[in-house]
Ligand binder design. Structure first.
Ligand SMILES: *Cc1c(COP(=O)(O)O)cnc(C)c1O
Length: 384
């Protein structure tokens, strides 16, 4: 890029910042839901990419002409569909920096700050939620946190860790069984109120997942779970994984984590807690009774991008023993090896993709620049 080009981009960037600030300031004046029909966009732009570059001013003009007529304005105060997803200026600014650095932080050496800030931010946030020490890297134990893209990925990753652990344990008892013999017998559990992504994790992970009925208040209870486990054991299956939901999608119900956790611990099943939507409320001490029993879980995930002023994507996951994932997903080819392996997490082993963005910046900026009391009042209003 020569100097003239750099200057042009600087102008473009400044204009875009102003555009975004104006957009958000005046968003309530826009109609939330677009009126366009499917296929509206194709006739508005050329059928091929330009041979000579366009002017950035023309690109700017096309935002209102081409894009905005087809945008659903999720951050409008008049948007009441699906669930709230959050945004804030600190998060947007952090994303600009992340995009500028544009590192691919798959291992520590691939960008040490990207990994190290993430480790510390997950400790900050874990402490804000009062998660048990065992989940935090600063405890000096095995535990720690990671930023996944979405809660769906966290549920799948936890399932794969649980699967690796179950196969390892069964092989100790039955050394002659192979992975395929064991996998067909594995069965996991969720409640009939779980998010559709839980069922999907079972499909993607190639194991059976059984939906256990809830009580009259839509909660998953220990006795029904235990009954399902007993029936499946009698049928020759191997129970291995349970997903409990704190804040279900249809009614924001909290499963009885104390009961479910005890059944999981007694039966040596991996317990994953999906608090994607409601988890941010645990920043407020007065709502922590809703996560009683969390110390019995193996993994916990919630979405700061739903309710904590961080824009999409940022799903924070903590694990007591990430080594099950690290070992399950570790392929470690020669070209990704580095001298400091083992002294800091190589996050590529904690997730499905190899590449990862510098998302911890969003948490850092938001947690530094926005006062906790702002969250408190936001949460109180939403839960009232
Ligand atoms: C929103 C939600 C999900 C899915 O979240 P993604 O981050 O989009 O995958 C899963 N579970 C619950 C309880 C949710 O509220």
């Amino acid at each position: 890029m020569d100097a003239m080009e750099a200057n042009q981009f600087r102008e473009f960037g400044k204009e875009m910042i102003d555009y975004v600030a104006n957009y958000l300031e005046n968003i309530r004046e826009r109609r939330v839901l677009p009126t366009v029909e499917p296929g509206y966009l194709r006739p508005l732009i050329p059928s091929q990419a330009p041979e000579k570059p366009d002017k950035w001013q023309d690109v700017m003009k096309d935002i209102e002409r081409v894009i905005m007529p087809g945008v659903t304005h999720w951050h409008s105060p008049k948007f009441h569909a699906y669930f709230p997803t959050s945004n804030s200026y600190p998060a947007i600014v952090a994303d600009i920096l992340s995009d500028g650095i544009a590192c691919i932080g798959f291992s520590w050496i691939a960008s040490p700050a990207c990994t190290e800030l993430e480790v510390v931010m997950l400790d900050w946030l874990g402490k804000m939620l009062d998660l048990p020490e065992e989940f935090l890297a600063c405890s000096g134990g095995k535990g720690g946190g990671v930023i996944q893209g979405t809660a769906s990925e966290a549920t799948l990753v936890a399932l794969l860790g649980a699967k690796a652990r179950a196969i390892h344990l069964v092989k100790k008892e039955h050394p002659d069984w192979n992975d395929a013999d064991i996998t067909v017998k594995l069965v996991g559990y969720c409640s009939s109120q779980s998010h559709s992504s839980v069922e999907r994790a079972g499909l993607l992970g190639g194991v059976q997942l059984r939906a256990v009925p809830t009580d009259n208040a839509n909660k998953l209870r220990g006795d029904t779970l235990e009954k399902a486990i007993r029936e499946d054991r009698e049928a020759g299956l191997i129970p291995f994984y349970v997903v409990a939901t704190l804040g279900t999608t249809s009614s924001c119900t909290f499963d009885n984590l104390e009961e479910v956790g005890s059944v999981c611990n007694d039966n040596n099943l991996w317990l994953h807690v999906d608090a994607a939507y409601a988890g941010a409320a645990f920043v407020c001490p007065e709502y922590r009774y809703l996560m009683k029993g969390i110390e019995k879980a193996d993994s916990f995930d919630f979405n700061p991008h739903k309710w904590m002023l961080v824009n999409f994507d940022c799903s924070t996951m903590w694990l007591k023993d990430p080594s099950w994932l690290v070992n399950a997903f570790n392929v470690d080819p020669l070209y990704l090896k580095h001298d400091q392996q083992g002294s800091a997490p190589d996050y590529r082993h904690w997730q499905i993709p190899l590449g990862r963005r510098f998302r911890a910046l969003k948490l850092w900026f938001v947690l530094r620049l926005l006062e906790l009391k702002i969250y408190k009042s936001t949460y109180a209003n939403r839960l009232a």
